[in-house]
Design a protein around this ligand. Structure first.
Ligand SMILES: Nc1ncnc2c1ncn2[C@@H]1O[C@H](COP(=O)(O)OP(=O)(O)OP(=O)(O)O)[C@@H](O)[C@H]1O
Ligand SMILES: [Mg+2]
Length: 268
């Protein structure tokens, strides 16, 4: 934990060779167990921020300037070998799509074994795997674990990614558009799952989305990113009901009128 009690506290700028200032002086903090939502339109720098928090920017030509403090430790200057030990264990990642994230040649069981071996000896305990699968509302039986990714629905694939992220009981999950590839019903099921997992395990989350309503439904606090700058950051209800920044107002006014938070509130 940082001196101020934050789980994660960042103050960074990011440059790509072709795009200096992809993020400019972005400051935010996430408390233990907090659901923090990051919203912004395409190209605003959301994934860049996620990659910075996961220590994956250098592999993509990005350079971080500033500070990334996690559990009181400064990470921004750490080498790849350090990040490899941390990533997947203390900070886990849920990507957008299971189709590209899972290896089509491996069974689900093999995915869990590989993810386990990245940080621990031996194999994951079958009872632990069963419990993990059931916690994401998937069958825990061996027969299901012997399936290949192609034998899953998109929603089941997403649940497998969430179970993989939870395997080592991380303190923080970074989820980059984890519901964007899903139909609305599956989307709301996955949001409900994130909420229940947050309550059950106390895992904090950096939830990234361009969908303000999903973020508003899930998160305690919201940050709004516009062209590489965090233009507003605060309590979800406050931002949704009375956004201060012009860009936040624009994002809200782009919502269909029936979904507007002010109208939902007045409808009771
Ligand atoms: N490896 C890279 N090299 C150069 N520029 C990059 C690189 N990756 C991303 N960018 C640029 O950085 C900016 C932010 O990109 P980023 O992927 O973080 O946006 P995003 O908010 O995640 O968008 P989306 O909602 O479409 O996923 C964009 O202008 C993008 O073109
Ligand atoms: Mg992105």
């Amino acid at each position: 934990m940082s001196a101020d009690g934050s789980l994660l506290s960042i103050s960074i700028s990011v440059d790509y060779p072709a795009l200096p200032g992809a993020l400019r002086d972005v400051r935010l903090a996430i408390q233990p167990g907090e659901m923090f939502g990051l919203v912004g339109q395409s190209g605003s720098g959301k994934s860049t921020l996620a990659l910075a928090v996961l220590g994956l920017l250098s592999g993509r030509g990005g350079r971080v300037r500033g500070s990334i403090r996690f559990q009181g430790q400064e990470l921004a200057s750490e080498r790849d070998s350090f990040w490899r030990k941390l990533r997947g264990r203390q900070i886990a990642f849920v990507p957008q799509s299971s189709i590209s994230a899972l290896n089509p040649a491996l069974t689900l069981h093999a995915h869990f074994r590989e993810a386990w071996r990245a940080h621990q000896f031996g194999k994951p305990d079958p009872a632990l795997l069963r419990e993990l699968m059931e916690s994401v509302s998937l069958p825990g039986q061996t027969a299901f674990l012997e399936r290949h990714p192609a034998e899953l629905s998109v929603g089941q694939g997403q649940r497998v990614l969430i179970a993989l992220a939870l395997l080592h009981r991380p303190a923080l999950i970074v989820a980059d558009e984890p519901t964007s590839a899903l139909d609305v019903i599956t989307q709301s099921e996955i949001l409900a799952l994130f909420r229940s997992l947050n309550r059950r395990f106390g895992t904090a989350m950096l939830f990234i989305s361009h969908d303000l309503m999903s973020v508003g439904a899930l998160c305690n606090r919201i940050g709004i990113l516009s062209e590489g700058e965090l233009v507003e950051c605060g309590e979800a209800a406050q931002i949704l009901l009375s956004p201060q920044h012009e860009y936040s107002r624009k994002l809200l006014s782009a919502l269909p009128r029936a979904l507007h938070p002010a109208d939902l509130e007045s409808a009771g």
